[in-house]
Design a protein around this ligand. Structure first.
Ligand code: DI6
Ligand code: FE
Length: 397
């Protein structure tokens, strides 16, 4: 006897089984306990739901966000519209460090309230898992405050990533190496000790940290047995993709300027690509990530919103999918895989999320569309009509 079954549903399983038209999906004790064609459903369930022809997809996984921060950077958007570049603003003392000032000043209660409110948009679009990075504290107490805040978010599963190496804070200006020592010796160990870290990230970029500095952060992560990932080759080719691969990273993210060799190294290391079309769009970048090389090398591609106040104030997985198709030429099927099965892999969560396989968490959403491709096609619509978390149906927020 199963707890509940959804009948009259179409299933985008995101597995090799593909789509199942007129399927059935059952859940028991918070897990998917049966999925397949309706004709094969012979069991019983305590509750029967009529999905009325809706498509069921695994809950979305947003595997790269900076959701927790205070303030916003609308004034920098205005400056950029007048001609300043993202890098100019960062060099002039704006950019990431301006969000750092606001985030340091905010109480944990206020930080949680604004982040929880932001999260409503993800919940309304059927998101089951969100990754949230630190990196707007850049001191021990504020980095820990950000990670604790992320862990307190309600409504979905949260994974926290330590991004102490996001920018050089004002008090270490001109002393990036000393700051990296502080991150490796003090901040990361303190966050790991409080069990607030699921993975470690760094911003390897001309305006942030060098390859050597990034490697030191990765070595510190390895000493603590934490997986790594990287903001790689977004604005310039610093060899970030190959560096991520060398450390067996879960993913290398952005990749607009990554080389073919970088992509090949990722393939050999089974490092996934995470593409972030929101930042590409918002910074009006023109150089496309190496999609053809990624396809040729069979590197799985995940997508994410990269939600952050500076380079990607994007709160919609659906819109990110549309952007990935229009800007990066992904197919709608690739975009859907990018927010489900491949995003779960990018977080090391493929055993529980990203597909409708039996045994996975019963975290899924019902969509009133004729085909799943419509989710990547429509701009600004939200046809989500039901959300199931841990087997329990809820209303869309
Ligand atoms: N992710 C980041 O960490 C930086 N760019 C990106 O795509 C920018 C964050 C910021 O400007 O606040
Ligand atoms: Fe980012």
């Amino acid at each position: 006897m199963h707890d509940a079954v959804w009948l009259n549903a179409n299933l985008a399983t995101m597995t090799a089984h593909g789509a199942i038209v007129d399927g059935a999906l059952a859940v028991t004790q918070g897990r998917i306990s049966w999925s397949g064609p309706r004709s094969g459903w012979k069991d019983k369930a305590r509750a029967e739901h009529d999905a009325r022809g809706a498509w069921i997809l695994p809950g979305f996984v947003d595997c790269h966000t900076h959701l927790v921060y205070a303030g916003n950077r609308a004034h920098e958007f205005e400056l950029r519209l007048k001609g300043a570049s993202y890098e100019d603003i960062a060099k002039a003392g704006g950019g990431i460090v301006s969000t750092v000032r606001a985030t340091r000043a905010a109480s944990e209660t206020d930080l949680l309230a604004v982040a929880q409110k932001r999260l409503n948009q993800w919940l309304a679009e059927g998101t089951a898992v969100i990754e949230v990075k630190s990196g707007y504290g850049l001191d021990r107490d504020t980095e820990l405050k950000m990670l604790r805040t992320a862990r307190r978010l309600k409504g979905l599963t949260v994974r926290t990533t330590f991004l102490g190496a996001h920018a050089v804070p004002e008090e270490f200006k001109g002393c990036a190496d000393a700051y990296i020592d502080y991150v490796c010796d003090e901040v990361l160990p303190a966050a790991a000790k409080e069990k607030l870290v699921d993975a470690v990230d760094a911003f390897c970029e001309r305006i942030a940290f060098t390859r050597d500095q990034t490697a030191r952060v990765f070595s510190a992560a390895k000493r603590l047995a934490l997986p790594v990932k990287l903001h790689a080759d977004q604005l310039s080719d610093l060899g970030g993709a190959a560096l991520a691969a060398k450390y067996g990273a879960l993913s290398a993210d952005h990749l607009e300027h990554a080389s073919e060799q970088g992509v090949d190294a990722m393939a050999r290391a089974h490092t996934l690509a995470v593409l972030l079309p929101g930042a590409f769009y918002f910074l009006r970048e023109t150089r496309l990530p190496p999609i053809a090389a990624l396809r040729r090398a069979n590197v799985p591609v995940a997508l994410a919103t990269d939600h952050n106040p500076g380079s990607s104030p994007l709160s919609s997985p659906l819109l990110a999918m549309n952007m990935a198709c229009t800007l990066f030429h992904l197919t709608p099927d690739e975009a859907l895989a990018g927010f489900t099965v491949n995003a779960a892999r990018a977080l090391g969560m493929q055993a529980t999320h990203g597909t409708l396989e039996t045994g996975n968490a019963a975290d899924f959403a019902l969509w009133e569309v004729e085909s799943p491709a419509e989710l990547a096609y429509a701009i600004g619509a939200n046809p989500c009509i039901g959300i199931v978390r841990g087997g329990n149906s809820g209303q869309r927020p």
